[in-house]
Design a protein around this ligand. Structure first.
Ligand SMILES: Nc1nc2c(ncn2[C@@H]2O[C@H](COP(=O)(O)OP(=O)(O)OP(=O)(O)O)[C@@H](O)[C@H]2O)c(=O)[nH]1
Ligand SMILES: [Mg+2]
Length: 290
Protein backbone atom coordinates (compact mmCIF):
# COMPACT_ATOMS: atom_id res chain seq x y z
CA UNK A 1 0.00 0.00 0.00
CA UNK A 2 1.34 3.42 -0.92
CA UNK A 3 1.42 5.82 2.02
CA UNK A 4 0.37 9.44 1.50
CA UNK A 5 -0.89 11.76 4.24
CA UNK A 6 -1.32 15.47 3.86
CA UNK A 7 -4.39 16.70 5.78
CA UNK A 8 -5.77 20.11 4.75
CA UNK A 9 -4.45 22.07 7.73
CA UNK A 10 -0.83 21.29 6.79
CA UNK A 11 -0.75 23.34 3.56
CA UNK A 12 -2.36 26.33 5.27
CA UNK A 13 -0.01 26.06 8.26
CA UNK A 14 3.01 25.90 5.95
CA UNK A 15 2.01 29.15 4.22
CA UNK A 16 1.58 30.90 7.59
CA UNK A 17 4.90 29.58 8.87
CA UNK A 18 6.79 30.67 5.75
CA UNK A 19 5.54 34.20 6.46
CA UNK A 20 6.13 34.03 10.23
CA UNK A 21 9.76 32.88 9.77
CA UNK A 22 10.64 36.46 8.72
CA UNK A 23 10.26 37.52 12.36
CA UNK A 24 12.05 34.53 13.89
CA UNK A 25 15.65 34.54 15.18
CA UNK A 26 16.29 30.81 15.45
CA UNK A 27 14.45 27.72 14.26
CA UNK A 28 14.37 24.57 16.36
CA UNK A 29 13.71 21.63 14.08
CA UNK A 30 12.41 18.74 16.18
CA UNK A 31 13.40 15.43 14.57
CA UNK A 32 12.71 11.93 15.75
CA UNK A 33 16.13 10.63 16.87
CA UNK A 34 15.19 7.15 15.63
CA UNK A 35 14.80 8.35 12.03
CA UNK A 36 16.29 11.81 11.70
CA UNK A 37 16.48 11.83 7.90
CA UNK A 38 12.95 10.65 7.21
CA UNK A 39 11.61 12.96 9.92
CA UNK A 40 13.38 16.01 8.39
CA UNK A 41 11.06 18.21 6.40
CA UNK A 42 12.85 19.28 3.20
CA UNK A 43 10.37 22.20 2.91
CA UNK A 44 12.25 23.84 5.80
CA UNK A 45 15.26 24.39 3.53
CA UNK A 46 13.09 26.55 1.24
CA UNK A 47 11.38 28.37 4.12
CA UNK A 48 14.40 28.93 6.37
CA UNK A 49 15.79 32.19 4.90
CA UNK A 50 19.30 31.44 6.24
CA UNK A 51 18.10 31.65 9.86
CA UNK A 52 20.20 29.63 12.31
CA UNK A 53 18.80 26.16 12.90
CA UNK A 54 19.11 23.86 15.89
CA UNK A 55 18.30 20.26 15.09
CA UNK A 56 16.85 18.54 18.14
CA UNK A 57 17.12 14.75 17.99
CA UNK A 58 14.14 14.18 20.24
CA UNK A 59 12.93 10.92 21.81
CA UNK A 60 16.59 10.00 22.20
CA UNK A 61 15.49 7.92 25.21
CA UNK A 62 13.88 5.57 22.64
CA UNK A 63 16.78 5.54 20.13
CA UNK A 64 19.93 3.43 19.92
CA UNK A 65 22.46 5.63 21.81
CA UNK A 66 25.47 4.80 19.61
CA UNK A 67 23.52 5.60 16.45
CA UNK A 68 22.27 8.90 17.92
CA UNK A 69 25.88 9.94 18.64
CA UNK A 70 26.75 9.21 15.03
CA UNK A 71 23.80 11.32 13.87
CA UNK A 72 24.95 14.32 15.91
CA UNK A 73 28.37 14.15 14.22
CA UNK A 74 26.65 13.77 10.84
CA UNK A 75 24.41 16.85 11.19
CA UNK A 76 27.08 19.07 12.66
CA UNK A 77 29.14 18.78 9.47
CA UNK A 78 26.69 21.28 7.95
CA UNK A 79 27.58 24.94 8.51
CA UNK A 80 25.12 26.93 10.64
CA UNK A 81 23.57 23.78 12.10
CA UNK A 82 23.86 22.57 15.68
CA UNK A 83 22.45 19.19 16.67
CA UNK A 84 21.47 18.11 20.17
CA UNK A 85 19.94 14.83 21.38
CA UNK A 86 17.09 15.36 23.85
CA UNK A 87 14.20 13.85 25.70
CA UNK A 88 11.60 16.59 25.54
CA UNK A 89 10.05 15.58 28.83
CA UNK A 90 13.27 16.21 30.80
CA UNK A 91 13.74 19.65 32.36
CA UNK A 92 17.52 19.29 32.35
CA UNK A 93 17.47 18.72 28.59
CA UNK A 94 15.14 21.69 28.04
CA UNK A 95 17.56 23.92 29.98
CA UNK A 96 20.42 22.84 27.72
CA UNK A 97 18.34 23.84 24.73
CA UNK A 98 17.55 27.29 26.17
CA UNK A 99 21.30 27.88 26.69
CA UNK A 100 21.99 26.77 23.13
CA UNK A 101 19.37 29.20 21.74
CA UNK A 102 20.90 32.05 23.76
CA UNK A 103 24.38 31.15 22.56
CA UNK A 104 23.20 30.94 18.96
CA UNK A 105 21.62 34.44 18.97
CA UNK A 106 23.47 36.30 21.77
CA UNK A 107 22.28 39.78 20.73
CA UNK A 108 18.60 38.98 21.47
CA UNK A 109 16.78 37.98 24.67
CA UNK A 110 16.86 41.43 26.28
CA UNK A 111 13.95 43.58 27.52
CA UNK A 112 11.95 44.77 24.50
CA UNK A 113 14.18 42.67 22.28
CA UNK A 114 13.00 39.06 22.76
CA UNK A 115 14.69 35.99 21.34
CA UNK A 116 12.06 34.65 18.93
CA UNK A 117 12.16 30.89 18.49
CA UNK A 118 10.01 28.78 16.17
CA UNK A 119 9.59 25.09 16.98
CA UNK A 120 9.17 23.27 13.70
CA UNK A 121 8.87 19.63 12.65
CA UNK A 122 6.77 16.83 11.25
CA UNK A 123 3.83 15.45 13.28
CA UNK A 124 4.33 13.63 16.57
CA UNK A 125 8.05 14.39 17.06
CA UNK A 126 7.38 16.04 20.42
CA UNK A 127 7.22 19.78 19.62
CA UNK A 128 4.38 20.55 22.02
CA UNK A 129 5.91 18.33 24.72
CA UNK A 130 9.15 20.28 24.39
CA UNK A 131 7.30 23.60 24.62
CA UNK A 132 5.51 22.49 27.77
CA UNK A 133 8.79 21.43 29.38
CA UNK A 134 10.46 24.69 28.36
CA UNK A 135 7.51 26.65 29.79
CA UNK A 136 7.40 24.52 32.95
CA UNK A 137 3.63 24.07 32.56
CA UNK A 138 1.09 22.50 30.26
CA UNK A 139 0.33 25.14 27.63
CA UNK A 140 0.29 23.12 24.43
CA UNK A 141 -1.89 20.07 23.83
CA UNK A 142 0.09 16.84 23.55
CA UNK A 143 -1.00 13.42 22.31
CA UNK A 144 0.34 10.06 21.23
CA UNK A 145 -1.13 10.39 17.75
CA UNK A 146 -0.04 12.73 14.94
CA UNK A 147 -1.66 16.11 14.07
CA UNK A 148 -2.59 17.03 17.64
CA UNK A 149 -1.59 20.66 17.05
CA UNK A 150 -3.40 22.15 14.06
CA UNK A 151 -2.86 25.87 14.63
CA UNK A 152 0.24 27.70 15.81
CA UNK A 153 0.47 29.60 19.11
CA UNK A 154 3.01 31.88 20.76
CA UNK A 155 4.27 31.38 24.29
CA UNK A 156 6.25 33.98 26.24
CA UNK A 157 8.64 32.09 28.53
CA UNK A 158 9.18 35.30 30.56
CA UNK A 159 12.94 34.81 30.36
CA UNK A 160 13.50 36.85 27.21
CA UNK A 161 12.41 34.01 24.92
CA UNK A 162 9.17 33.86 22.92
CA UNK A 163 8.36 30.47 21.42
CA UNK A 164 6.06 29.67 18.53
CA UNK A 165 4.55 26.17 18.55
CA UNK A 166 3.56 24.98 15.08
CA UNK A 167 1.48 22.14 13.66
CA UNK A 168 3.46 19.15 12.39
CA UNK A 169 3.87 19.43 8.64
CA UNK A 170 4.57 16.75 6.05
CA UNK A 171 4.82 17.13 2.28
CA UNK A 172 2.22 16.41 -0.40
CA UNK A 173 4.12 13.79 -2.41
CA UNK A 174 5.76 10.97 -0.49
CA UNK A 175 7.97 9.69 -3.28
CA UNK A 176 10.34 7.94 -0.88
CA UNK A 177 8.09 5.14 0.29
CA UNK A 178 10.87 3.58 2.38
CA UNK A 179 10.94 6.83 4.38
CA UNK A 180 7.13 6.92 4.50
CA UNK A 181 7.09 3.41 5.97
CA UNK A 182 9.66 4.36 8.60
CA UNK A 183 7.55 7.43 9.47
CA UNK A 184 4.50 5.20 9.74
CA UNK A 185 6.38 2.75 11.97
CA UNK A 186 7.41 5.62 14.25
CA UNK A 187 3.85 6.99 14.60
CA UNK A 188 4.12 10.13 12.46
CA UNK A 189 1.43 9.14 9.95
CA UNK A 190 -2.29 9.22 10.72
CA UNK A 191 -3.88 5.81 11.28
CA UNK A 192 -6.39 6.45 8.48
CA UNK A 193 -3.56 6.61 5.91
CA UNK A 194 -1.82 3.34 6.68
CA UNK A 195 -2.36 -0.38 6.74
CA UNK A 196 -1.12 -1.75 10.06
CA UNK A 197 -0.39 -5.17 8.58
CA UNK A 198 1.88 -3.75 5.84
CA UNK A 199 3.68 -1.38 8.22
CA UNK A 200 3.98 -4.04 10.93
CA UNK A 201 5.53 -6.50 8.46
CA UNK A 202 7.91 -3.81 7.23
CA UNK A 203 9.00 -2.99 10.79
CA UNK A 204 9.31 -6.68 11.70
CA UNK A 205 11.58 -7.31 8.72
CA UNK A 206 13.81 -4.41 9.76
CA UNK A 207 13.92 -5.52 13.40
CA UNK A 208 14.80 -9.12 12.48
CA UNK A 209 17.76 -7.85 10.45
CA UNK A 210 18.99 -5.09 12.75
CA UNK A 211 17.91 -5.96 16.30
CA UNK A 212 17.23 -9.73 16.29
CA UNK A 213 18.24 -10.25 19.92
CA UNK A 214 15.85 -7.56 21.17
CA UNK A 215 12.97 -9.25 19.32
CA UNK A 216 13.87 -12.66 20.70
CA UNK A 217 14.21 -11.33 24.22
CA UNK A 218 11.06 -9.21 24.31
CA UNK A 219 8.81 -11.97 23.02
CA UNK A 220 10.68 -14.86 24.64
CA UNK A 221 11.14 -16.60 21.30
CA UNK A 222 13.33 -19.72 21.45
CA UNK A 223 14.45 -19.10 17.86
CA UNK A 224 14.47 -16.11 15.57
CA UNK A 225 11.58 -16.35 13.07
CA UNK A 226 12.83 -16.62 9.49
CA UNK A 227 10.37 -14.17 7.97
CA UNK A 228 8.53 -11.01 8.99
CA UNK A 229 5.20 -12.81 8.63
CA UNK A 230 6.38 -15.60 10.97
CA UNK A 231 7.62 -12.97 13.44
CA UNK A 232 4.27 -11.14 13.50
CA UNK A 233 2.51 -14.44 13.98
CA UNK A 234 4.78 -15.45 16.88
CA UNK A 235 4.44 -12.00 18.46
CA UNK A 236 0.65 -12.10 18.02
CA UNK A 237 0.56 -15.45 19.79
CA UNK A 238 2.68 -14.08 22.63
CA UNK A 239 0.47 -10.97 22.97
CA UNK A 240 -2.78 -12.95 22.81
CA UNK A 241 -4.04 -11.54 19.50
CA UNK A 242 -6.17 -14.59 18.76
CA UNK A 243 -9.36 -15.29 16.90
CA UNK A 244 -11.61 -18.30 17.35
CA UNK A 245 -9.90 -21.60 16.69
CA UNK A 246 -6.61 -20.32 18.13
CA UNK A 247 -5.58 -18.54 14.92
CA UNK A 248 -3.71 -15.27 15.05
CA UNK A 249 -5.41 -12.00 14.11
CA UNK A 250 -2.52 -10.67 12.01
CA UNK A 251 -3.88 -7.14 11.78
CA UNK A 252 -4.22 -6.86 15.56
CA UNK A 253 -0.82 -8.52 16.06
CA UNK A 254 0.87 -6.04 13.69
CA UNK A 255 -0.82 -3.11 15.42
CA UNK A 256 0.19 -4.36 18.88
CA UNK A 257 3.78 -4.90 17.69
CA UNK A 258 3.93 -1.34 16.32
CA UNK A 259 2.52 0.04 19.55
CA UNK A 260 5.30 -1.71 21.48
CA UNK A 261 7.98 -0.60 19.03
CA UNK A 262 6.86 3.05 19.22
CA UNK A 263 6.78 3.03 23.01
CA UNK A 264 10.30 1.58 23.26
CA UNK A 265 9.09 -1.64 24.88
CA UNK A 266 11.24 -3.81 22.58
CA UNK A 267 14.31 -1.73 23.40
CA UNK A 268 16.13 1.37 22.21
CA UNK A 269 16.20 1.19 18.45
CA UNK A 270 17.08 3.41 15.49
CA UNK A 271 15.41 2.98 12.14
CA UNK A 272 18.11 4.87 10.22
CA UNK A 273 21.88 5.15 10.44
CA UNK A 274 24.26 7.64 8.85
CA UNK A 275 26.85 6.52 6.37
CA UNK A 276 24.68 4.14 4.43
CA UNK A 277 21.54 4.22 2.34
CA UNK A 278 19.38 4.79 5.41
CA UNK A 279 17.72 1.60 6.58
CA UNK A 280 15.60 -0.04 3.93
CA UNK A 281 15.15 2.20 0.90
CA UNK A 282 11.94 0.52 -0.23
CA UNK A 283 9.27 -1.12 1.87
CA UNK A 284 10.21 -4.77 1.88
CA UNK A 285 6.64 -5.88 2.23
CA UNK A 286 3.81 -4.26 0.34
CA UNK A 287 0.20 -5.20 -0.14
CA UNK A 288 -2.21 -4.05 -2.82
CA UNK A 289 -2.08 -0.39 -3.80
CA UNK A 290 -5.13 1.72 -3.00
N1 LIG B 1 9.57 8.67 24.97
C1 LIG B 1 9.39 9.93 24.61
N2 LIG B 1 8.17 10.34 24.22
C2 LIG B 1 8.02 11.64 23.85
C3 LIG B 1 9.10 12.55 23.88
N3 LIG B 1 8.63 13.74 23.45
C4 LIG B 1 7.34 13.58 23.15
N4 LIG B 1 6.96 12.31 23.40
C5 LIG B 1 5.61 11.72 23.17
O1 LIG B 1 5.35 11.83 21.77
C6 LIG B 1 3.97 12.04 21.55
C7 LIG B 1 3.78 13.27 20.66
O2 LIG B 1 4.11 14.42 21.38
P1 LIG B 1 3.58 15.88 20.97
O3 LIG B 1 4.34 16.85 21.83
O4 LIG B 1 2.10 15.97 20.94
O5 LIG B 1 4.14 15.95 19.47
P2 LIG B 1 3.98 17.14 18.40
O6 LIG B 1 5.25 17.20 17.65
O7 LIG B 1 3.54 18.39 19.08
O8 LIG B 1 2.82 16.54 17.49
P3 LIG B 1 1.79 17.32 16.49
O9 LIG B 1 1.18 18.45 17.26
O10 LIG B 1 0.82 16.26 16.15
O11 LIG B 1 2.61 17.77 15.34
C8 LIG B 1 3.32 12.17 22.93
O12 LIG B 1 2.78 10.90 23.28
C9 LIG B 1 4.50 12.52 23.83
O13 LIG B 1 4.30 12.09 25.18
C10 LIG B 1 10.38 12.09 24.32
O14 LIG B 1 11.40 12.80 24.35
N5 LIG B 1 10.47 10.77 24.66
MG1 LIG C 1 1.92 19.56 18.78
Amino acid sequence: MTIRWYPGHMGKAQEKMAEAIRKIDVIIEVLDARLPISSSNHLLGEMRRNKPCIKVLNKSDLADPAVTKAWVRYFEREAGVTAIPLSAKLHADAKKLIKLCQKTVPHRGKPGWPLRVMVFGIPNTGKSTLINTLAGKCIAKVGDKPAITTIGQQIDLKNGIVLTDTPGILWPNMDDQGGAYRLAASGAIGASALDYTCVGLFAAEYMLGRYPELVKERYKLPELPETAAAAIEAIGRRLGCLISGGEINIHRAAEAFLRELRAGKIGRISLEEPGEAVGLSEPAVTGSDN
